[in-house]
Design a protein around this ligand. Structure first.
Ligand code: HEC
Ligand code: HEC
Length: 642
C-alpha cells in the first residue's frame, strides 16, 4: 500500500466511536471505558449509502456527525460509528467488500476503512475538497471529484497514491466509471462561463482513463444546474444525468407548472458523446425538486432517483423510454391525444427533431406510465443504492437520521432504519431544513437551495425577479455574511435582512412563511461561514502583493473596505443593463469570490479579470488604468484569496 499513511493503533481505537463528534457547536462529551467518546447532541445527516457484496451490512456516511455508521441491513441493528475526519461524503466499496473508500472533503483525502476490523487504516491525499469517489475495479484505480480545484484525481490503488489530477469544468460533484473502464463520466455541479452566454448550463465531462485527460464536454440543456446524480448503463452506451432545469430568463411571476424550475433527466449517448433526450420528472402540478442521485438495475431497464427537495424517490422505466424514443409505441399510448394533436411520443416518431420538445413536456412520462414517485421515508433523501439482489433500495435521508428501505418490485417504502438518535432541531437547523425543503414552495417546484446551491451560495444563473422590473436578470447572490451587508439584492431593493428574507420567500415560493420561520431562516443564513480558498497557498505571494494594490493605488478599498469588502452603498461602475436605467448596483462583498463566478449583477463576467477589464471600458471601476498587467494579476490573486 506504499504511501498510504497508517495511523497508530491508539488512534485506531479512538476512531471507534459510540457517538460521533459534532462539528459545530461542540457538544459536551463523555469519556467511555475504551477511550472513545460519546456526545450528547449531534445532528445526524446521512449523505451516502453503500451495501456490502453479501447484502448484509450497510455503510452510511454522515456529514455533520463526522462518521460512517455501520448497520445490519436485515435487522436494522446499529453496529458501530467509525469516526471520519473532515466531512465524510461519497463512498465506494472494493469488489470484495473489504475496503470502504470515503471522501473526506475538508481533509483533502480519501479514508480507507477496513470493513472487517471496522477501523480507518489509512488516508490517500487527493485534490482539494473531494466529495465523491468512483472505483475502477479491474484497473485498480480510484477517481475522486475535487470540487476545490475543479479536478478529478486518479489514484493508483496498488501504489496507494494519487498519480494525476485531471482538470474538468466546474465543481465536479459525482463520477461513474464505464463498465469497460475506458472512460470516467463526471457531473459538473454548476455552469461555467458567463451567465449572459447564450447557453449557460452544467456540463458532463468525459475522461479518457488511458490518456488521463478530459476528452469531451457534453452540455446539458440551457439553464441546467445541480448536475450531480449520474449513472452509466451496463452496456456502457448511455449515461443518465439528473439535474434542475431553470427557466431563468422568464420573469418570476409564478412558479406554477414549471415556469421557473423543472426537474430533469438527460440521456447521453456515450458513443458520440451527445445528449439524446431530456425528460422531465415532475408532475404537471407537483414538482420533483432537487434531484440528488440516480442508480439503475443490472439489466439497465429501471432507474431510481432521489429528490432531496420533496422527500421522494422516483422509479423510472428507462428501458421503455428508450423503446418509445425508437418509435416503438404501444397502440394504447398512440391513441392518447395532446389537445387536438398527436402526443409527444407519436410526434417524435414522425419527426426526430421533436425530441427537443420532451424537455418542455410535463406529460410525456405520465401518459407513457414510465414514472412513479414514492416517499423516501424521511426528509432530504440524498444517496441511494440497490441491494446486491436488487430487491431493495436503500435511501439516506439527510435530515431524518434514517435510511429508507424500499421494495423495488412494488416501489413502496418497507421501513426505515435509524442511524442514531436525532436531537430536536435548533433554530439554525430548522432554518436549514426549511431552506432545503421544496414542499414549502407552491406546487413544490424548488427550494431556496435550488438557486442558492451549496449552503446558501449561488447557481451561476441570472434570474429575472419582479422586485426590480422585468427583462433585467440578476445573478444569484451568495448569502454568506448577508446580514452584515444591507441593503440587499443587486439593486438594493430591500433595506434589512429580515424584510429581504420574508419577501425572498414570497417571491420565490409564492407561499408566505410564518414569522418564526423567517427567524429560523435568518438564524441559518447567519450561521453560514466562509471557507478559505483551498488553493490559497498556490498564489499566496501574488495575493500578498495584490493586497497592497487593493488597499493602495488600485483604490478598491474605497468601496470594498474590510471587514466585509463592501461599503454597503450603490455605485455606477459602468455596468448598466438596459432594464436598470441609472446603472447603480449594490457593491458586492468579495468574500469567497473564488467560488462565486460569474461576476457583476447579471453575471456577464466569467472571471474577475473580465469584470475589472473587459466590462469597465470607461475606467469607472477602481483605478485599473494605473496598474501594469502584472499588478492586475496580483490584484486578482488577492481577490481570489478573500
Ligand atoms: C429561482 C432562484 C431563487 C430561489 C428559488 C431563491 N432565490 Fe434568493 N436570490 C435569487 C437571486 C437571483 C437573488 C438576487 C436578486 C436580485 O439581486 O435582485 C437572490 C437574493 C436573495 C437574497 C438577498 C441577498 C443579498 O445579500 O442581497 C436573500 C436573502 C435570498 N435570496 C434568500 C432566499 C431564500 C430564503 C429563498 C427560499 C425561500 C430564496 N432566496 C430562493 C434567486 C433565488
Ligand atoms: C466606486 C466604488 C467601487 C470601486 C472603487 C471598486 N468597486 Fe468593485 N464593485 C463596485 C460595484 C458597485 C460593483 C457591482 C457592479 C455590478 O454588479 O454590475 C462592484 C463589483 C466588483 C466585483 C464583482 C463581484 C461580484 O461578485 O460580482 C469585483 C471582483 C470587484 N468589484 C473588485 C474590485 C476591485 C479589485 C477594485 C479595485 C480595482 C474595485 N472593485 C473597485 C464598486 C466599486
Amino acid at each position: 500500500m506504499g504511501q498510504i499513511r497508517f495511523t497508530a493503533s491508539l488512534v485506531i481505537i479512538a476512531t471507534i466511536l459510540v457517538g460521533c463528534k459534532p462539528d459545530k457547536p461542540p457538544a459536551p462529551q463523555t469519556k467511555l471505558k475504551n477511550g472513545s467518546q460519546a456526545t450528547a447532541a449531534v445532528y445526524r445527516s446521512p449523505l451516502a449509502v453503500a451495501v456490502c457484496p453479501d447484502g448484509k451490512t450497510l455503510y452510511v456516511s454522515d456529514r455533520t456527525a463526522g462518521c460512517v455508521t455501520i448497520l445490519n441491513a436485515a435487522s436494522g441493528e446499529h453496529i458501530r460509528n467509525v469516526k471520519i475526519g473532515g466531512e465524510p461524503g461519497g463512498l465506494a466499496l472494493s469488489r470484495n467488500g473489504k475496503t470502504l473508500y470515503v471522501a473526506q472533503r475538508k481533509a483533502n483525502s480519501i479514508a480507507l476503512l477496513d470493513t472487517a476490523r471496522q477501523v480507518v487504516t489509512g488516508h490517500i491525499p487527493v485534490g482539494p475538497w473531494p466529495v465523491a469517489v468512483a472505483l475502477a475495479k479491474n484497473s485498480n484505480r480510484l477517481y475522486s471529484c475535487n470540487r476545490g480545484n475543479h479536478s478529478v484525481s486518479v489514484v493508483d490503488l496498488a501504489a496507494g497514491k494519487e498519480i494525476k489530477q485531471i482538470a474538468v469544468v466546474r465543481d465536479p460533484a459525482f463520477a461513474v466509471v464505464t463498465p469497460d473502464e475506458s472512460r470516467v463520466v463526471v457531473a459538473n455541479f454548476m455552469p461555467a462561463g458567463a451567465a449572459t452566454d447564450p447557453n449557460p448550463a452544467s456540463e458532463i465531462s468525459i475522461l479518457d482513463t488511458k490518456a488521463m485527460r478530459q476528452i469531451a464536454r457534453v452540455k446539458l440543456p440551457r439553464g441546467s444546474t445541480m448536475a450531480r446524480g449520474l449513472w452509466v448503463s451496463p452496456n456502457g452506451k448511455w449515461a443518465y444525468a439528473v439535474h434542475l432545469l431553470g427557466q431563468f430568463d422568464l420573469p418570476v411571476t409564478q412558479v406554477e407548472q414549471g415556469w421557473v424550475h423543472t426537474t430533469a433527466l438527460t440521456i447521453i449517448d456515450l458513443t458520440k458523446p451527445m445528449p439524446l433526450a431530456t425528460v422531465l420528472l415532475d408532475d404537471l402540478t407537483n414538482g420533483a425538486a432537487d434531484p440528488w442521485a440516480v442508480v439503475g438495475s443490472r439489466d439497465g431497464k429501471t432507474l431510481w432517483i432521489s429528490h432531496r427537495g420533496v422527500h421522494e424517490v422516483s422509479r423510472l422505466d428507462i428501458g421503455h423510454i428508450h423503446e418509445l424514443l425508437e418509435g416503438k409505441i404501444p397502440a394504447e399510448l398512440a391513441k392518447i391525444k395532446d389537445a387536438q394533436r398527436d402526443n409527444i411520443w407519436v410526434r417524435i416518431k414522425k419527426d426526430k427533431r421533436q425530441i427537443a420538445e420532451l424537455a418542455r413536456d410535463l406529460t410525456a412520462l405520465h401518459i407513457s406510465k414510465t414514472l412513479a414517485r414514492t416517499p423516501s421515508g424521511g426528509k432530504g433523501p440524498t444517496g441511494i443504492t440497490l441491494s446486491p439482489n436488487e430487491n431493495k433500495l436503500y435511501v439516506a435521508n439527510y435530515y431524518d437520521a434514517s435510511v429508507g428501505v424500499l421494495d423495488t418490485a412494488g416501489g413502496k417504502l418497507l421501513n426505515t432504519i435509524s442511524v442514531g438518535p436525532q436531537p430536536q432541531a435548533c433554530s439554525i437547523r430548522r432554518g436549514e431544513i426549511y431552506f432545503h425543503d421544496a414542499t414549502r414552495c407552491y406546487q413544490r417546484w424548488h427550494s431556496c437551495a435550488s438557486c442558492h446551491l451549496d449552503q446558501g451560495r449561488i447557481d451561476a444563473l441570472p434570474w429575472d425577479f419582479m422586485r426590480d422590473g422585468i427583462d433585467n436578470g440578476k445573478d444569484v447572490i451568495s448569502l454568506v455574511h448577508m446580514h452584515h451587508t444591507p441593503p440587499h439584492n443587486r439593486r438594493a431593493t430591500r433595506p434589512d435582512p429580515r424584510t429581504c428574507m420574508k419577501t425572498g420567500v414570497l417571491g420565490s415560493h409564492m407561499m408566505p412563511p410564518a414569522e418564526s420561520e423567517v427567524d429560523d431562516l435568518l438564524a441559518y443564513v447567519k450561521s453560514l461561514r466562509p471557507e478559505p480558498n483551498p488553493n490559497l497557498l498556490q498564489f499566496a505571494p501574488a495575493a500578498k502583493r495584490g493586497k497592497v494594490i487593493f488597499e493602495g493605488k488600485g483604490n478598491c478599498s474605497r468601496c470594498h473596505p474590510k471587514p466585509w469588502f463592501t461599503d454597503n452603498k450603490t455605485y455606477d461602475v459602468g455596468t448598466a443593463s438596459k432594464g436598470d436605467p441609472d446603472g447603480k448596483y449594490d457593491t458586492p462583498s468579495l468574500i469567497e469570490a473564488y467560488r462565486t463566478a460569474p461576476y457583476l449583477h447579471d453575471g456577464r463576467a466569467a472571471t474577475i479579470k473580465d469584470a475589472l477589464t473587459k466590462f469597465d471600458p470607461k475606467g469607472l471601476h477602481g483605478n485599473l488604468k494605473a496598474l501594469t498587467p502584472k499588478e492586475i494579476e496580483d490584484l486578482i490573486a488577492y481577490v481570489l484569496s478573500l
